[in-house]
Design a protein around this ligand. Structure first.
Ligand SMILES: [Zn+2]
Length: 453
């Protein structure tokens, strides 16, 4: 059965490429109001495509761009259900002049499809749709129940998806969520992401004066808020890069020896970091490796600071106020609001005399951690191994995808983060591309996953 479905998908290769090219020609740029009609067109195209694949599909209105929801009409309560998430919106393509071909006139060149959205995310979720279509065409049935939830607002921060998930838990009920919106390390090395960091952020405001004053008349007799803020911020970390805020690491989980060995298999060196960033050297907690610091350790960073005069020439003042934007990347089990309170308390304690300190814009989202031993995750691991020839590397992602946490808390099921693209796909950049081989392997991985599940 499985080999017939795989054979069928291979036989349809050219048609599936043509379909993707047609989809990519729709400029569904969610951020730009001029493209609102195109976003809608992409949603309609996708719903039609899902119907042609043999699914029931509909558009669901939101206060923003619509969701596309689809499910298999043969839904059988005795079988497991996978919810496949993706997004049909794309990033703006500007600057157009840096593209070698028009971002919305997709072309195949040297084994790659070049177009905005090719890898992020149209090619990746269409691979899943084609996998389902191949199964239904070949067998007339699916081995498991399948639901699709494809949104049109991922690239603008999914403002309406969290509340939709919370209000439609029955509709979305499933045994696991499959998300393919990332990359392999290479065509022979799949990657399974099992953790994402969370975020906690706020702004700090330091006031020492009612207004800027003459630095000659008053200098030496009043506090300087820029210096005071620098002292406050400097007190938050030691010279080795450890955060010194009391309690900051209390809820951070300890890595087991096995997990440290697994993370050590990720081929990423200090030289790679230096090449990518232009940093003079890696810097961070000395007792942890780069891969551990990226995903398993929390951070505290200043994203911006401002105070006083920064125009041309000089202006001899003592500024009245100073400000900074602070964010912490959080790891599993840390609570955003608790961390914010801890950091703010440490800043109050570090404030010198003559300073009024206040905070605003507090916000946060927790980290996610996915248990690798869940049967559904194991099915994905086997599917990846058979498709790409090697078992996946297990990675902790340093960034945040808040929607993953929504899926996890609202649906309570494992989330499988298995990307089909490549690191050099130029997502969000000019000349975005998706390898034909990635597209084909993505379909194969999806077919094998449905079978394994
Ligand atoms: Zn993106």
């Amino acid at each position: 059965m499985l080999s017939q479905v795989l054979e069928y998908a291979r036989s349809q290769r050219e048609r599936y490429v043509e379909d993707l090219l047609e989809y990519l020609a729709i400029p569904s740029v969610s951020a730009q109001p001029d493209h609102a009609r195109d976003v809608k067109m992409a949603a309609l195209w996708l719903a039609d495509y899902l119907r042609a694949a043999g699914l029931r599909a509909e558009l669901i209105a939101t206060p923003g761009h619509p969701l596309v929801y689809a499910e298999w009409s043969g839904h059988d309560h005795h079988r497991p259900t996978v919810l496949i998430y993706g997004h049909y919106d794309v990033q703006p393509a500007e600057p157009f002049e840096l593209w070698q071909s028009d971002p919305f006139q997709p072309v195949v060149r040297d084994g790659y499809i070049y177009a905005r959205g090719a890898s992020d995310n149209k090619g990746q979720h269409l691979a899943h749709v084609n996998a389902v279509a191949s199964y239904l065409r070949c067998e007339g049935t699916l081995p498991v129940n399948v639901k699709f939830l494809l949104e049109g607002e991922e690239e603008i921060g999914s403002p309406n998806l969290g509340s939709f998930i919370a209000q439609h838990r029955d509709l979305l009920a499933c045994d696991c969520v499959m998300i393919s919106d990332g990359s392999l390390r290479s065509l022979t090395q799949p990657v399974l992401t099992y953790g994402l960091r969370g975020l906690a952020g706020f702004e700090v405001h330091v006031r020492c004066l009612a207004h800027d004053v003459h630095s000659g008349h008053y200098g030496g007799n009043v506090q300087n808020p820029a210096l005071a803020l620098a002292q406050i911020l400097a007190a938050l970390k030691d010279a080795a890069g450890r955060v010194t805020v009391p309690g900051f690491y209390d809820d951070v989980r300890t890595l087991s020896a096995e997990e440290r060995r697994s993370l050590a298999r990720i081929p990423y060196s200090e030289a790679d970091l230096v090449r990518e960033t232009g940093a003079l050297a890696a810097f961070g907690e000395p007792e942890f490796t780069i891969s551990e610091r990226r995903g398993a350790r929390p951070t505290l960073e200043v994203n911006g600071m401002w105070s006083g005069y920064i125009g041309p020439g000089s202006k001899t003042i003592i500024p009245a106020t100073a400000h900074a934007k602070i964010t912490c990347r959080l790891v599993p089990h840390q609570e955003p609001m608790k961390v914010i309170q801890q950091v703010q308390a440490a800043m109050r304690a570090a404030a010198p005399a003559g300073v009024e300190i206040s905070f605003s814009d507090e916000r946060g989202s927790p980290a996610s951690l996915i248990a690798l031993d869940a049967a559904e995750v194991q099915a994905a691991i086997r599917a990846a191994q058979h498709t790409y020839g090697n078992p996946p590397l297990y990675e902790l992602e340093g960034g945040s995808i808040p929607i993953v946490h929504d899926f996890q808390t609202q649906l309570g099921k494992p989330i499988i983060l298995l990307g089909f693209g490549l690191p050099e796909d130029n997502i969000h950049a000019p000349n975005e591309r998706f390898a034909l081989s990635c597209y084909e392997k993505g379909m194969e991985a999806s077919i094998r996953f449905l079978a394994e599940l």
